[in-house]
Design a protein around this ligand. Structure first.
Ligand code: ACO
Length: 325
């Protein structure tokens, strides 16, 4: 069995934060941010949560698929910025949309999370475990961003995207993905509870340290422009597909320069690399499904077309998948 996308949805917070808005917080400028990243503005939560964004994206995806939430057998939410550790965000989404028959769990592979969730759900379907599933990527990165650090706060945004997937007759496309935990220090976010309260003095005390994302930008940039073309070539080779078979490469929306470098290295035209990072910044595991939803609703995807999805980020992690529209 092969997983096929039946519907897409997305939800971003109402509050828009422009580059000029960030220039009011740290020493930077709209010109610098645009030139180095392509980003013009991003959305940030005020009252929305990781689960509320995810649930709204899920409702739109179910509506697009013409499916009732009660039909879902599996909900996987990819996030690295959940409101709660427990219950997981997928269970919160289940309660919000009324998907009482679904098994639910979260998955964290940072910005590769949506692709990891896609591979997981496809493996469940290939094994015959489930027929109808929901995958959501949802992030509230504004809550884990240091708004005094100009090297990171210009990059990230909040939002959620969702796809409804059903199992159809056919052979699944093989995945390509890998990780490099030894290089993980290039992009980190400590858990608020990672220090033992008893560590320092043997008595309970507040753990010290930063609980915001920290990044070696140049190391991440170099990693992305090397690994993403490689993993795309690998997924095409594994599935015996030429580049001409692919209509769109839907890449994690981290940075315009990264997307352009990947296109150059693959020798593919920029028209095959849609982007919306200008408006949303880097929304980590939400970026691929938000972009898919925009392409779908804009009529850019034609039935039977093959797409490559590619994610990369913290871990370090990277992965690519082929899907048929
Ligand atoms: N505004 C103005 N100046 C700045 C800013 C800013 N926001 N940030 C850094 N600078 C300054 C630096 O201090 C430095 O000044 P100096 O030369 O006087 O020391 C200068 O600009 C150059 O800094 P670099 O860090 O070398 O800038 P670079 O060209 O590498 O651009 C950037 C930084 C945009 C972060 C780039 O490295 C990048 O895009 N990296 C990839 C980051 C990324 O995409 N991360 C997420 C991907 S993975 C995931 O999605 C989780």
């Amino acid at each position: 069995m092969i997983g096929v996308i039946r519907g897409t949805g997305s939800c971003v917070p109402e509050r828009v934060l422009t580059n000029d808005g960030i220039a009011g917080l740290v020493e930077t400028s709209d010109g610098w941010i645009r030139e180095r990243t392509g980003i013009e503005e991003r959305r940030v939560v005020t009252t929305e949560t990781c689960a509320s964004l995810a649930a709204e994206a899920a409702r739109w995806a179910l509506q697009d698929a013409g499916m009732d939430a009660a039909e879902l057998e599996l909900i996987v939410v990819s996030t690295m910025s959940p409101t709660r550790v427990m219950p997981c965000t997928a269970c919160e989404v289940q309660a919000a949309i009324g998907a009482g028959a679904a098994q639910c769990f979260d998955l964290n592979a940072a910005c590769s999370g949506f692709v990891a969730a896609w591979h997981t759900v496809n493996a469940y379907m290939a094994a015959g475990f489930v027929k109808k599933a929901l995958i959501v990527g949802s992030e509230c990165l504004s809550k884990v961003t240091d708004w005094t650090d100009r090297s990171t706060c210009i990059l990230f945004g909040d939002g959620a995207g969702a796809v409804v997937v059903s199992a159809e007759e056919g052979s699944p496309y093989l995945p390509a993905a890998c990780s490099d935990g030894a290089a993980g220090g290039a992009l980190t976010l400590r858990n608020r509870q990672d220090g033992s309260p008893f560590q320092a003095t043997g008595e309970a005390a507040k753990p010290e340290g930063s609980y915001f994302m920290e990044m070696d930008g140049q190391a991440v940039f170099k990693f992305a422009v090397r690994k993403v073309p490689q993993v795309i070539e690998e997924v095409l080779e594994k599935n015996r597909l030429g580049r001409e078979a692919i209509s769109h490469y839907v890449l994690h929306q981290a940075n315009q320069r990264i997307v352009e470098a990947v296109a150059r290295r693959l020798g593919e035209p920029m028209e095959k690399f849609p982007m919306n990072l200008q408006r949303y910044g880097n929304t980590s595991s939400a970026s691929i499904p938000i972009l898919l939803d925009e392409l779908n609703r804009g009529g850019a995807l034609k039935s039977g077309e093959k797409l490559v999805l590619a994610g990369f980020g913290g871990g370090l992690t990277w992965g690519a998948a082929v899907t048929e529209w």
